[in-house]
Design a protein around this ligand. Sequence first.
Ligand code: PLP
Length: 433
Amino acid sequence: MTSIAPIDTFHLDNNLGANKTELFSHQSINYKALRERAYNLRWATLPEDVIPLTAADPDFPIAPEIITAIQRYAGAGVFSYGPADGLSSFRNIAAEVLRKRKKVSCKADLILPIDGAASGMFTIAKMALKPGDEAIVFDPVDFLFQQSIEAAGGKVIRLPFDLKTRTFNPDDLYRLISPRTKMICICNPHNPIGRVLNEKELSILGKVAVENKLWIMNDEIWSDIVYSNSSFHSIVNVHPWVAERTITVHGFSKTFGLAGLRMGYIVTPNEKVYHDIVTTSKVASTSSGVTTISQIAATAAYQDCWYWADAFLVHLEKVRDYAVKRLNSINGLHCVQPEGTYVLFVNIESFGISEEEMAAYLLKHAKVAVVPGAAKWFGPGASGHIRLCFSTSMDIITTAIDRIEYALMQLRIKKSKPIFDSLNNWEKMIESF
Ligand SMILES: Cc1ncc(COP(=O)(O)O)c(C=O)c1O
């Protein structure tokens, strides 16, 4: 058994900030700022002694070039209205990044900056669906798909993502198409399973969309977090007819840690669709849209910070390899190495308790917060699992897993207690004879 770190020997008391240390070292983490600012089930929302492996949001400070760009822009002291459909500097660099890094050709003026990928998904669903229309989503998958479809009055139709084969069955997909189906939703790379969809899977999804004249909501927010044993393909490259039906969202929360700036973008090769997206988003009326400062930060990220994102990925791959090995060595846990994303989807079925009970147990006894594979987060297909985010330091992930290991060992002992109790009784019975 590996060593167990008691909860009270683990102190996260550094407060150094990014510039004083190596990128992605434990010392680089500004724990004081996380305590104040990291919400969404993370540091700011939990007791001091709890490690949050919950929302997929990095613990590390952002790249220094982004900080400088924000300071320089703010220094001019002018925060007038920006262009309704975004800063051209951002749209140009986004088009270049898509071309160079994702091999996706697109026009800068068909890119709409928006206040986060989540908001992009809601906008796409609102544009594509009328009340009662059906949209197909993977099961399990991130809850934002369900929420965005239902907010548009649509009906969620779940396509099982088999957790053993780690893919979907094309027959299921064909079977789920009805006259009311209007959209297929793709999460590539897949949160929470960590799969990066291959060209064959994308071709099937694209073919079904074209044959049935469906929209494709294509969430590629995780497409920079793809490890060395895999490679990313965008569905828009399957065929121009598929691209015409595809509306893609990208974001800055996962790759560059800018979740609090609420920045993302929607892109489509289809001019009419772009126009409809702009209308739906209400950016022209100024009642919606992303702040200029967030676009400045995102422009700096795309222009100057790929060295940072690439180093982040190298760090994440080390943490992934360590965490998967350690978790699989714990009696009763099982997880498959993700090809992309920085979440681990861990099977806990052997403990005979629900995912909600397991999350509550780990919070109380391991002082580690995880996301239960509850239907409200990922759909019914996530049951029997918990999700752990690992975009943190090696020290924190090691301590978190030490705690989980110790707590689960105790859970096993507790659960087998009735056997000991009956054995004791049996011994007493023998003694009494
Ligand atoms: C698949 C997926 N899409 C969208 C989002 C939301 O991204 P943003 O922070 O840009 O709204 C997330 C965040 O966890 C995600 O995992």
